[in-house]
Design a protein around this ligand. Sequence first.
Ligand code: NAP
Length: 308
Amino acid sequence: MTAPLFDTLAIIGPGLIGSSIARAARAQGAVRSIVASSRSPETRKIIAKLGIADKVVETSAQAVEGADLVIVCVPVGVCGTVAKEIAPHLKAGAIVSDVGSVKGVIVRDMGPHLPDNVHFVPAHPVAGTEHSGPEAGFAELFENRWCILTPPEGTDAESVDRLAAFWSLLGANVEIMTPDHHDLVLAVTSHLPHLIAYTIVGTADELETVTRSEVLKFSAGGFRDFTRIATSDPTMWRDIFLANKEAVLEMLGRFNEDVAALTKAIRRGDGEALSEHFTRTRAIRRGIIDAGQDTADADFGRSHGHED
Ligand code: NAP
């Protein structure tokens, strides 16, 4: 095991992502000690019981005292408030980061509160599940997933390198881009698919001619794969759509145009247009498998009735 990269890591909001960082950092010996804080006594109790932090404290201000690396893991909409709370208590030279799924708003909301003597390096590990809370976390969550760093202009390069080394040690591949570009990329790869899943599941639920029990019974026809995404945390996703409004609206505009084109092809019986489109999309799926971002197993690797 290599020498720890940081002395003390403070995790603010050890839910799915924060607790996974704590677990992975400990498993890899990335830090000497971990302090965690969460607003609710229940989560603090769970963290203490799970033993994934060396110290559990009540407030974010207490958590950051003396910490060399602070990672804010709360929903995007409250990151600004947390930045304001921790600002007077940060150690000089500390690296302050986050894991928010939208980056432009994080730079705007957190940046102005942070003192000049700390290094602000926003980050987004593009890894997660549809589950929430500390019990859903696991140390391997970031393995072979991307972590995107979006340092604002003029950020100390050594701090960016140190945070990149931290994420690499946790198993992630690191890429650096501007916050605005991140938001555009994620609008199409994550935010739009979630919006579509939330829409389809809602639509099926509101049908009058097909009963809910029929929707559930015959869900293996495709619907069930959307329901996994549509169970994702409502608060997190509300914040994402409010925070990435422009990029999502841009992608939604393009999506609506493509739906209109396919609608026209179906109405006109234009089989050629439909097969041309479906053949193109198959190649994208193959590309994802080749990039190691999913398994090629039939039915997404689901086991059918037997555990293996
Ligand atoms: P989570 O499991 O629900 O955990 C959220 C944490 O934030 C909990 O510790 C919670 O504290 C705290 N929190 C919630 N509301 C708060 C508030 N108003 N003030 C202060 N603390 C609050 O969420 P998560 O999935 O880890 O997501 C956390 C962040 O990671 C979000 O910014 C999200 O955009 C980003 N992210 C998520 C995923 C994913 O797939 N889930 C992937 C990448 C990035 P209590 O438990 O004490 O209430």
